[in-house]
Design a protein around this ligand. Structure first.
Ligand code: GLC
Length: 735
């Protein structure tokens, strides 16, 4: 391999969005070969692919061609828009998510691509984070397990994945410059833990280093992160790649354990010079190339797979809908307002989102669907409801007249500007209440890459939404008719100030292209909701522990963000500091009821593992699934600890009324361990541990104790990622 070839192989070939991008786009890489580099490195074979690696036919090196993203292959309008990451995680159903992965993988394979740039498993550190819709949870175990299930599903089809964004890409505000200062304990237990689980259990083909810095070093130039932790501590065997145009210094990237710079249209000239003037050793390139070639050999291109473009859209749509339905979370259901009964089938449908249902978030995680988007309006009609045409006519013409013009790029990446929420006229609402049996009121939100959300009019409801909701509730309740709120959102919003008003609240998330059909299926009771919250809904934004320091300082263009809350994020904070949330982590109602009984432990004194089992019974009148959550409270003599932490979860099969299922968990020492920074080790304190089996983090049904006779040092790891500054971290004592 010549030096030119080596240098070209460790950088990507370029970035193309296909013909949707205007010719002046900053994203379009000049299509002519750059001086001193190999010819034609910018074309992709599949229009719309987001980049690829160099191929060297004379050496039998095939290309790895890549496509976004976490909701399925984002390739113009030729693919299936699956539910967003948060919706997938809200199913808490690993086998189902494995199936979703299989469908995403099959679609990617049959498009002639080799790598799907998914899953994105950054922690929901703050509700305003623009990309939370792509991510899974505030909890690292749930993030890691759902991520592993998705990776295994996708890779079972022969294509690769990209576990991203490694690590602590927890905000969009100034993401390419901000330095996240995080304690080593918070890193290991919260921000790295999900990646560790997914790497060890699913071996993703690539691991994508993020834009931001971690404790003073850019992630793509961070040897502690990429070599000490990913390679040495975790034994990661895949290709470590950069996020698109992340980082600054290609030489430092090569020396820090980054194997592949993406998209990389020019960095090879820099690397060639650096080798020639001795600033970069050629063997460093060789080491990175070795990782790349190992990855190349895991791809369909290398196996000369002859893709048939034989898409199975129907099958994909079915699995997408099943996941969308199982990810929906029922927050409130006063007097069994849901499921809707067929006899009350005249529906007054309010909210822009009812007629322009948001299927996903914007940016690289957006998928323009192959099939038509089914809005809630259509979905309810498909389910046999008679939906008011007075209202649909009003909303549809309003949306048509008030949607701002946008250029083609915006459509391609989902950055569509939407009409503001239509203001309702009270007299009209009264009239509609007279003619219909019930009201459904959709609140929709869209967020995405490159911008974080705002508190006003986004996390909080807007004044129009509040006044509309009050008008609808007043008019329908005056006639003793129900009001159902549907949250068509990509992440947590404020609920406590208005949740008393409606009779029911269903979080539908952004459910992918099958949106309306999936929501209608749950509202009509064809399927009982079984989703559970993967992030806390706080009473107010200010209650969030990270609200005090998000998104860093200076506010307009933060250079540094300090994770002062440490490990106390999400329920670890609300539960440990007794701050009442509006809806807790793990919460979700059903149309039926479940009881748990017979909690059994294999031993009362932990040796090297512990088996736990319990039995779930459906004691209600509907078929349904339950998520059995296992939390542990550990002794906190030598280290402060959260009051409880999720250490296992199992989703039951669909249980008929009266049917039971025994579920079991296996706990190992690492599951009981906390990260001791001084020793740079995962260690288990001696003492009494409390196992809690619950329906949510705040609804514990069964408990049992076991003990650990002596401290255990489970695993010593590299001393890595020391913060640049002294972090005055929140702990239960110093709150
Ligand atoms: C984007 C995103 C990453 C995506 C990549 C390619 O900036 O951060 O998630 O896979 O670039 O679009």
């Amino acid at each position: 391999m010549t030096l030119e070839e080596k240098a070209a192989l460790v950088v990507g070939t370029g970035l193309q969005f296909g013909d949707e991008i205007d010719k002046n786009s900053p994203y379009r890489i000049p299509n002519q070969p750059l001086p001193g580099t190999l010819a034609d490195r910018t074309t992709v074979y599949v229009v719309g692919a987001i980049g690829r690696t160099l191929e060297i036919p004379r050496l039998g090196i095939s290309t790895i061609e890549m496509v976004d993203g976490p909701a399925g292959a984002s390739l113009g309008s030729r693919t299936t828009a699956f539910p967003i990451g948060t919706a997938l995680a809200s199913t808490w159903n690993e086998p189902l998510i494995h199936q979703v992965g299989q469908r995403m993988g099959h679609e990617t394979l049959e498009l002639g691509l080799d790598l799907l740039l998914a899953p994105a498993i950054n922690i929901h550190r703050n509700p305003l984070t623009g990309r939370n819709f792509e991510y899974f949870s505030e909890d690292p175990l749930l993030s890691g397990k759902i991520g592993a299930a998705l990776i295994k599903g996708i890779q079972s089809q022969g294509v690769g994945t990209s576990l991203k964004h490694f690590v602590a890409n927890n905000q969009e505000t100034n993401r390419i410059e901000v330095d996240a200062e995080i304690s080593q304990r918070a890193l290991r237990e919260i921000y790295l833990r999900g990646f560790e689980i997914a790497v060890k259990e699913a071996n993703p083909l690539t691991l994508m280093a993020s834009y931001n810095s971690v404790n003073g070093n850019l992630a793509t130039e961070n040897e502690d992160l990429l070599v000490k932790i990913a390679r040495q501590d975790w034994g990661y065997e895949g290709i470590i790649v950069s996020d698109w145009e992340a980082g600054v210094d290609p030489v430092k990237q090569m020396q820090s354990g980054l194997n592949l710079i993406l998209p990389g249209p020019y960095q090879d000239t820099v690397l060639i010079e650096a080798v020639k003037d001795g600033r970069l050793e050629e063997k460093t390139l060789d080491k990175n190339i070795e990782w790349i070639l190992k990855g190349v050999m895991r791809t369909p291109k290398f196996r000369k797979y002859r893709y048939a473009n034989a898409q199975e859209f129907q099958k994909n749509a079915e699995v997408a809908k099943e996941a969308a339905v199982e990810g929906m979370v029922l927050l409130k259901n006063r007097e069994q307002a849901l499921p809707l009964m067929q006899e009350n089938n005249k529906v007054a449908l309010f909210g822009n989102g009812s007629y322009e249902t948001i299927v996903g978030g914007s940016g690289s995680g957006y998928v323009m669907t192959a099939g038509p988007t089914v809005h809630l309006f259509e979905g309810l009609k498909n389910e046999g409801f008679e939906v008011s045409t007075t209202l649909s006519a009003l909303y549809e013409s309003y949306i048509e007249q008030n949607t701002p013009e946008q250029n083609k790029i915006e459509i391609a990446r989902g950055r569509k500007k939407r009409a503001p929420e239509m203001k309702l006229d009270n007299d009209m609402v009264m009239e509609v209440a007279q003619k219909n049996d019930l009201a459904i009121f959709t609140i929709s939100r869209v967020s995405g890459e490159s911008a974080d959300r705002q508190v006003d009019d986004n996390f909080n409801l807007s004044a129009i939404e509040v006044s509309n909701l009050k008008a609808v509730v007043q008019s329908f309740h005056a006639k003793n008719k129900k009001v159902i709120v549907v949250l068509n959102v990509g992440g947590v919003i404020e609920t406590s100030s208005w949740k008393a008003l409606p009779d029911a609240i269903l979080v539908a998330w952004q459910p992918g292209q099958v949106a309306g059909n999936a929501i209608a299926e749950v509202l009509a009771g064809q399927t009982t909701p079984s989703g559970k919250l993967t992030a806390t809904f706080p009473e107010s934004y200010e209650d969030e522990p990270s609200a005090r320091n998000f998104p860093g300082t200076p506010l307009d263009k933060p250079k540094r963000v300090i994770y002062q809350e440490g490990i106390y994020i999400g329920y670890r904070y609300f539960d440990s500091f007794q701050v009442q949330p509006s809806y807790p982590f793990g919460f979700g109602l059903s149309y039926t009821d479940f009881t748990f009984r017979d909690l059994e432990l294999s031993t009362a004194t932990f040796d090297d593992s512990l088996l736990v089992s319990t039995t779930v019974t459906n004691t209600g009148n509907f078929n349904g699934k339950e998520v059995v959550q296992l939390y542990i409270s550990a002794p906190a003599e030598t280290m402060h600890k959260p009051r409880k932490e999720l250490k296992g979860f199992v989703k039951t099969k669909k249980l008929k009324p009266g049917e039971s299922q025994k579920v079991s968990f296996k706990l190992e020492a690492k599951d009981l361990a906390s990260f001791d920074v001084g020793a740079s080790a995962w260690s288990v304190e001696k003492g009494e541990y409390l196992i809690q089996i619950g329906k949510s983090s705040a609804d514990i049904i069964l408990t049992e104790t076991f003990s650990v006779a002596a401290p255990l040092q489970v695993e010593t790891v590299s001393r890595a990622l020391t913060p640049q500054i002294e972090i005055e971290e929140l702990t239960p004592k110093n709150e």
